[in-house]
Ligand binder design. Sequence first.
Ligand code: CP
Ligand code: NVA
Length: 302
Amino acid sequence: MAPRHFLDLDRFETEALRHVLDMGRGFKKGEANGSRPLAGKMLAMLFDKPSTRTRVSFEVGMKQLGGDVVTLSSRDTQLGRGETVADTARVLSRYVDAIMIRTTSRRNLEEMAQYATVPVINGLTDDSHPCQLMADVMTFEEHRGPIAGKVIAWSGDGNNVAASWVHAAVKFGFELRLACPPELMPPKDLLEWARNQGGKVTLTHEPLDAVAGADCVVTDAWLSMGDEQKGEVNRHNLLAPYRVDERLMAAAKPDAIFMHCLPAHRGEEVTGAVIDGPRSVVWDEAENRLHVQKGILAWCLG
Ligand code: CP
Ligand code: NVA
């Protein structure tokens, strides 16, 4: 039987994603307390990039479900000396029951999934961050009820997290308005996919237009991991007009919430007044990574 990978939200039926969310909510409520559904199971976590939340929430989640983890950075594996991802996938599959990988290119993730005989979970690539979006949908719904039909506004870089928001908008049926500088728009093929799927995803360069009447305002760092090395366009100048401040929040619905996947940079993509203010749900959002990923682990490991 083919392993149950968790690679990107666009590959799932909505029902499967809803099922994972329901499991996550159940774990949060403590429904599995005392049972150890993943007893004896081992998760390998491979990191090509740094992480606080993903690393700790997967480790704690796995242990709370009775399993255990092995954490590797590519520097201390033979991947760092040129062993292929395919061979690494084949070998790790002989030792562990699932693999979580945070890497640069989607190609590495695909190769891992192609050659692993155990489930592979996408812990972020340059192109997407699906575990984050599962936590974000869970968090939105805890605070504001069903997300279908609601309006979410993204103001900032059209990055990996924005891409997963596009996937989520299509799968969960909400309207997504992206405000990004022309130089930092999400990939064209992604937006085309959303259109073909009948998704309500719109694009603007004017943050005030995007947030008008929105139920939620979201942003992310101006520099994603790896962007530092690209030495490209001056992102700070391009993105300053997209900063989420109180003026921008005032244009959203009066009860609109603020979300950010973290890590945050106060004074850059968001002001301290917003992220530390009453409308911010970022700590719930970070907490929900733990609960929803327990749902993902339980789904992947059957
Ligand atoms: N949001 C998120 O994935 O955080 P980490 O980079 O700390 O894992
Ligand atoms: N866009 C950010 C998300 C970090 C969780 C990055 O890729 O660095």
